[in-house]
Design a protein around this ligand. Structure first.
Ligand SMILES: Cc1cc2nc3c(=O)[nH]c(=O)nc-3n(C[C@H](O)[C@H](O)[C@H](O)COP(=O)(O)OP(=O)(O)OC[C@H]3O[C@@H](n4cnc5c(N)ncnc54)[C@H](O)[C@@H]3O)c2cc1C
Length: 394
């Protein structure tokens, strides 16, 4: 298969670059984009404005059906959009969960009324979603979750605690998995809900990460009432709906496109700072390895798009992409630190000594979490072994 852009796709790519040029400052990407992963107070305003501008052209959710705010665009167009947005460090890339997996899951499992309300609103760029799966006692073993949703008249009443909830402090809605049948086998008693994060009884408490940023939170549910119309898909089959949403979360070209940008920046840096190569003669080979790995990862993402084009929802392929992309992100940051030596650890943008605006030191620390978030590398290897290679469960 030839993965190069045909004429139509090449024109579309140019159109996206022009749009980015019009809507972001000229030095936006070289400054490092929003630099804080998109969750800072300033970043969220920028992000929302940029996402609205995309939504005005139906570009935020371009592959969705026209009646739900998309353009019915091809998966290849969507891929090119995601590739360009990530490469140019556009605000909101990687943090709009509504666009990335809640909307796609609702399109598959939501009722017509849910699609009309929520899918449409996501496509308009005005609502922000968070993902409420993990609990203090249920991370890798997600099916062990204890948050309960109990039927009461026309409502469900929710009690329990979620943890590591990215962006909960800025979200309007929560995509929640909760236990509805405590007596069923653990994978068979879970249901998916949509929860208004302003509901009485929802408390969000910040958790500060080791890079000193506030991206995730604890979320407590105390007698939170949600109408039965908030159930997504079938009651007690939420595990299976969540698994598909996780496959959406784990696939994509973002990490490879971001990686390509960084490797190019490193190469530029070594050209203008020859002392880096003198200090570490193997740097040239390390950079070549990273560049090859980025190309391999990009083709993994293209493969998933090819599957989607043929109507197949990627499954173990998403885990392959997530595993390779998250471990590569760490290797890229380690290469950056090796290139810069001790200066690489400096992160203060204003003191004049931190090369590349301190992105390498910050990125190195932030990349640690990439092999944990969305399921650890061990869990991805387990999925690849069982679903991909058909090996027996241990
Ligand atoms: C930056 C970040 C953002 C996150 N955002 C969200 C979010 O928005 N919403 C949300 O719900 N969650 C979120 N999470 C939580 C994330 O999904 C969990 O941290 C992850 O699934 C691991 O669970 P745990 O932390 O409980 O670790 P544990 O499950 O306790 O794992 C501890 C270690 O044991 C290993 N291990 C566990 N089970 C096995 C096994 N069967 N085989 C081999 N090794 C095993 C793991 O790989 C890991 O190394 C986020 C996490 C991070 C780091």
């Amino acid at each position: 298969m030839d993965f190069r852009d045909n004429t139509v796709l090449a024109e579309f790519r140019t159109e996206i670059r022009d749009f980015i040029g019009e809507h972001l400052p000229a030095d936006w990407a070289t400054r490092g984009g929003d630099d804080d992963g998109g969750y800072g107070a300033r970043a969220i305003d920028q992000t929302r404005a940029f996402q609205r501008a995309l939504a005005d052209r139906q570009w935020l959710t371009m592959a969705w059906p026209v009646e739900y705010g998309g353009l019915g665009a091809s998966h290849w167009q969507q891929l090119i959009m995601n590739e360009e947005m990530a490469y140019h460090r556009a605000p909101g890339v990687g943090s709009n969960m509504g666009v990335m997996w809640v909307g796609p899951a609702l399109l598959l499992y939501g009722s017509d009324a849910q699609k009309a309300q929520h899918v449409r609103a996501i496509s308009e760029g005005d609502v922000w979603w968070c993902t409420l799966y993990s609990e203090p006692g249920a991370g890798s073993d997600l099916a062990a979750m204890q948050t309960r949703a109990v039927e009461d008249g026309d409502d469900y009443v929710i009690n329990g605690q979620k943890i590591w909830t990215s962006g909960a402090h800025q979200s309007d809605w929560g995509w929640l998995a909760a236990r509805t049948d405590p007596d069923a086998p653990k994978h068979k008693g879970i249901t998916m809900f949509m929860v208004d994060m302003q509901s009485p009884g929802v408390t969000v408490r910040p958790l500060v990460n080791m890079a000193d940023g506030h991206s995730f939170n604890e979320v407590f549910f105390e007698d939170v009432r949600v109408p039965k119309s908030s159930v997504v898909g079938e009651v007690n089959r939420g595990w299976y709906h969540m698994a598909v949403a996780l496959d959406f979360e784990r696939s994509g070209i973002r990490s490879f496109s971001v990686g390509r940008r960084i490797v190019e920046e490193y190469a530029d840096y070594t050209r203008s700072h020859p002392e880096t190569g003198e200090r570490r003669p193997s740097l040239r080979y390390d950079l070549a390895d990273r560049a090859v790995e980025v190309a391999v990862g990009t083709h993994l993402a293209y493969r998933i798009t090819d599957l989607q084009t043929r109507g197949i929802v990627a499954n173990y392929e998403s885990s392959v992409s997530k595993l390779f992309g998250s471990e590569l992100a760490q290797r890229i940051q380690a290469t950056g630190l090796a290139m810069l030596g001790p200066f690489g650890a400096l992160t203060d943008v204003d003191d004049g000594w931190a090369p590349l605006r301190g992105r390498v030191g910050r990125g190195y620390v932030q990349a640690v979490s990439s092999t944990i978030a969305a399921g650890t590398s061990e869990i991805q290897r387990g999925i690849i072994a069982t679903r991909g290679l058909g090996l027996p469960r241990g």
